[in-house]
Design a protein around this ligand. Structure first.
Ligand code: SF4
Ligand code: SF4
Length: 248
């Protein structure tokens, strides 16, 4: 059973502030880059209400998870906890990353923070890095689960040609590579802030880490820089899988 966490301590607040600041810098840089991209003839196909990428697995730092959790309601946190259990169950039974990934998208489905009524993220201001830096240079149809997996050979050739000739991609997929690259400083900032304030780093699944932030025992171990104790606590809470939570 989870024990309610204390209000964020000052080191936690510093970690969250660092991440929030890095998000702000990213938004400015991404906006500037996107303006230039559009001026050069590029198209960003993302728009409000477009949700196909909200069923991807999302990896975050505990710093980001803490920030997201700080703005969620008890109902949202309950939904995150349910989702965390599904993610872990999937990880325990999946025989490969591909199986984990496909089942995540097809069976676990959309993030509980996605409003099914509006198609909007209900935690938009504090959504994780991966949700900020994923943009498509081609139609959103290519982001829909099953589209790429079910292309015929001819359609695959067309897709590959399109990707190669569309500016902004890395030539392999339709996502906009420079907008992903621009988010590197957010990961670096989170890593540095966690090391400085806690003496360790925690990375892993978005829903599992957000749930772990709500446990006082887990967070106390993190604040003391005690990786072993934090892992033990996560195991006791059944919020542990070595490929889903990384502490060190
Ligand atoms: S990445 Fe794809 S699914 Fe996500 S908002 Fe952009 S076009 Fe839509
Ligand atoms: S946090 Fe928001 S943007 Fe990210 S997957 Fe969930 S609903 Fe989508």
């Amino acid at each position: 059973m989870l024990h309610p966490g204390m209000p964020p301590s000052s080191p936690d607040q510093s970690v969250m502030n660092a991440v929030e600041h890095a998000y702000g810098r990213y938004e400015q840089q991404a906006e500037r880059w996107t303006e230039g991209y559009i001026r050069r003839g590029g198209t960003v196909h993302c728009q409000s209400g477009c949700v196909h990428c909200c069923n991807f697995p999302v990896r975050v730092s505990l710093a980001e998870a803490l920030l997201t959790a700080s703005r969620l309601s008890p109902i949202q946190l309950d939904a995150m906890r349910e989702r965390a259990a599904e993610v872990l169950s999937n990880a325990r039974s999946a025989r490969s990353w591909d199986e984990f990934f496909q089942r995540h998208r097809r069976e676990i489905g959309y993030c509980p923070l996605l409003s099914r009524d509006t198609g909007r993220c209900t935690a938009y201001e504090v959504r994780p890095t991966r949700c900020r830096d994923t943009f498509s240079a081609l139609s959103a149809e290519y982001c829909r689960v099953g589209t790429l997996e079910n292309l015929t050979r001819t359609e695959q050739a067309t897709y590959q040609r399109l990707v190669k000739t569309t500016p902004g991609t890395d030539g392999l997929s339709h996502y906009i590579a420079p907008l992903e690259d621009l988010s590197e400083p957010i990961w670096d900032t989170a890593a540095r802030a966690m090391q400085q304030q806690w003496g360790l780093e925690v990375w892993g699944d978005f829903w599992v880490l957000t749930t772990l932030t709500q446990d006082a025992g887990f967070m106390d171990a993190v604040r003391q820089g005690q990786a072993g104790r934090a892992a033990k606590r996560a195991k006791a809470l059944k919020l542990w899988h070595e490929e889903i939570v990384e502490i060190g």
